[in-house]
Design a protein. Structure first.
Length: 367
């Protein structure tokens, strides 16, 4: 990891910024001859005055973001990749044009995903009852779901997939159905049995994952290549935005696809990875987030002469010093994240310094 570059700021600038940007308050000095009660009342009034002043920041701040949003939409193309749709949905926003959604991924993607989910759904039905063997609350939902698996197995030969893909799909559905039938016939199951069938299907799941990833990458790269050609001279002004929730923030597929078109030097500049609470970032929310980032960068350029300064928590560096000092007082070691540059083009997820990769490696899995 590269060391963080810390801009030199004198104490007067820090004081002004602490008040203007962070909304902190101070208690003024008062004459020594006043009573304690009087001083307390004056302090309370002073604090209320400062809080009233600070509250005026937010309406003008929000208004400025709206102004910035309109300017971006009027002058810059935006490609967004929210995580809300199966297989992805890349949308091109182009000034003066209606938004354009890229064509959906081929149906084979949905087929392999749905096949994998047959085992996942079986697990989800049974898992709550692992420690309550006498509770048969799982029996009816599993019986009902079993019919869906059986019906799916009957139509595999009609699917438009390769012979190799068809073989994997049949193997997974057949194994899942056999396990379900066994559980239903005996009206019981064990955690070991559930784990056994899941582990036995592990290699097939990885094959299905490979198929699904290849379909998405090939499809969306072609779409981005076409959009890049269509935008022509406007491409250098384009922004790319992807969003991720907790489990997809590292090695995010859609962001990685965008990088292939935009280039690594645009990461954290024109190419941004947002984070949502499970794919709840709508297109409007993503544009709002972009407008806030760009607006804050303009503010940051004015105050710090570095447009990326406010991409990080302004309390982060001073906070590190405070944590280190407090840890020293307590005789403990301060636990802090690695230092990185403010304007880094590093990928927006933690990279393990020992392996050089933040990606999961399936090659070491043992089934």
């Amino acid at each position: 990891m590269l060391p963080r570059r810390t801009p030199e700021l004198d104490s007067s600038r820090i004081s002004v910024l602490a008040l203007a940007l962070l909304g902190t308050s101070f208690i003024p000095a008062y004459a020594l001859d006043g009573s304690a009660a009087s001083r307390a009342a004056e302090s309370k009034d002073g604090l209320a005055t400062l809080e009233a002043m600070n509250s005026k920041l937010f309406p003008v701040y929000d208004h400025n973001i709206e102004v910035c949003k309109k300017r971006i939409l009027a002058t810059c193309p935006i490609i967004m990749a929210p995580s809300e749709r199966s297989g992805g949905c890349f949308t091109l926003y182009r000034p003066g044009h209606a938004p354009v959604d890229g064509p959906p991924v081929p149906r084979t993607y949905d087929i392999v995903k749905d096949t994998s989910h047959s085992a996942l759904a079986t697990y989800e039905i049974l898992a709550p009852y692992m420690n309550t063997p006498n509770d048969l609350g799982w029996l009816q939902p599993l019986t009902e779901y079993r019919e869906k698996v059986r019906n799916s197995l009957h139509v595999v030969d009609a699917l438009d997939v390769t012979s190799e893909q068809r073989s994997i799909i049949k193997e997974v559905l057949t194994s899942v159905l056999a396990f379900q039938d066994n559980c239903i016939a005996r009206k019981s199951f064990s955690e070991m049995e559930l784990q056994h069938v899941a582990r036995s299907l592990g290699p097939d799941f990885l094959s299905l994952i490979d198929i699904g990833a290849s379909i998405q990458v090939t499809h969306w790269l072609k779409v981005l290549e076409q959009w890049k050609t269509n935008l022509g001279n406007d491409w250098p002004k384009a922004y790319g935005i992807a969003d991720a929730h907790f489990v997809t923030r590292q090695n995010n597929l859609f962001f990685s696809i965008l990088v292939q078109a935009f280039g690594e030097d645009t990461i954290n500049d024109r190419l941004i990875l947002l984070q949502s609470d499970g794919g709840s970032n709508t297109a409007d929310k993503m544009i709002d987030s972009l407008a806030r980032i760009v607006s804050d960068r303009e503010l940051s350029q004015c105050f710090f002469n570095d447009k990326f300064m406010m991409d990080s928590d302004l309390l982060g560096c001073p906070g590190r010093k405070a944590i280190t000092a407090e840890a020293s007082k307590r005789g403990t070691k301060a636990l802090l994240p690695p230092l990185v540059p403010f304007n880094s083009h590093q990928w927006p997820w933690r990279v393990d310094s020992t392996s050089g990769s933040g990606a999961a490696d399936f090659s070491d899995l043992k089934f």
